[in-house]
Design a protein around this ligand. Structure first.
Ligand code: ADP
Ligand code: MG
Length: 243
């Protein structure tokens, strides 16, 4: 499971995270919604130390890290618990689809190439892209590239997958295929945190939804209540303006 307590982050004088607490049980999906600039990406990036938080406690799977007193080994352990899927896929342009998926297995986990490739092909089958294994990313649509990056995230068998607006860069007609793949993974009890602007999707897939604004959790709850019966004026306003 994931537990974060009192996570704080400033960029110079700008407070971006004001003491964030979350709990995500194993196999559950947490969706984070909120206006642009509210600190959602920073929060996710702090969970794997892509950004260094200023204060707080982070527990993910096997790893526990006190932000104010930690070792590099603990950071390493923390990073091994999650894989991230970014808005812009971040695939290696000069590697094939299969090489993108197997890279971490071969290089970081030292798994023999043949075994890594078998795993890679299995995962590409899961995201519907087995026949693209030998292609380079540039020859794929955005939706296909994002499905590759999801297969790549799954490859390291992380405790949790962190998605930062996984469909925001996609042409509208490509959004559904990516959401479909994420949903199928969620249905297999993968622990996930997803930042998304796709409210229908969050409603359908999330077990719990957090609404963030200005570095604070303004409101949270099960999707039925957060979307169906929001309590805070700020939440109501945000949801209304999305239409
Ligand atoms: P969101 O993902 O909710 O849109 P972000 O976490 O990206 O919000 O950003 C929150 C705030 O932190 C914004 O005001 C943004 O400009 C600022 N910010 C994000 N990253 C940096 C950075 N590396 N340096 C300085 N300010 C940053
Ligand atoms: Mg963001």
């Amino acid at each position: 499971m994931i537990e974060v307590k009192g996570l704080k982050k400033k960029f110079n004088e700008l407070t971006v995270l004001n003491g964030i607490d979350i709990v995500v049980e194993r196999g559950q999906v947490l969706a984070i919604i909120g206006p642009s600039g509210s600190g959602k990406s920073t929060f996710l990036r702090c969970l794997n130390f892509l950004e260094q938080p200023d204060a707080g406690l982070i527990e993910i799977g096997e790893a526990t890290l006190n932000v104010e007193n930690y070792t590099t080994k603990e950071v390493q352990q923390l990073r091994q618990q999650t894989a991230m899927v970014f808005q812009n896929y971040n695939l290696f342009r000069n590697k094939t689809v299969l090489q993108n998926v197997t890279e971490a297995l071969i290089v970081a986990k030292k798994i023999p190439k043949a075994e890594a490739e078998a795993t890679g092909l299995e995962l590409l089958t899961k995201v519907g892209l087995k026949e693209k294994a030998g292609n380079y990313p540039a020859t794929l649509s955005g939706g296909q590239q994002q499905r590759v990056s999801i297969a790549r995230a799954l490859a390291v068998n992380p405790h949790a997958i962190l998605f930062d607006e996984p469909t925001s860069s996609l042409d509208p007609e490509l959004v559904a295929e990516v959401l479909q793949v994420i949903k199928s993974i969620a249905d297999q009890q993968t622990t996930m945190i997803i930042i998304t602007h796709e409210m229908d999707f969050a409603r359908e897939v999330a077990d719990h939804v957090i609404f963030m604004a200005d570095g604070n959790i303004v409101e949270q709850g099960p999707p039925e209540s957060l979307f169906g019966n929001p309590q805070q004026a700020r939440t109501k306003q945000f949801l209304k303006q999305l239409g």
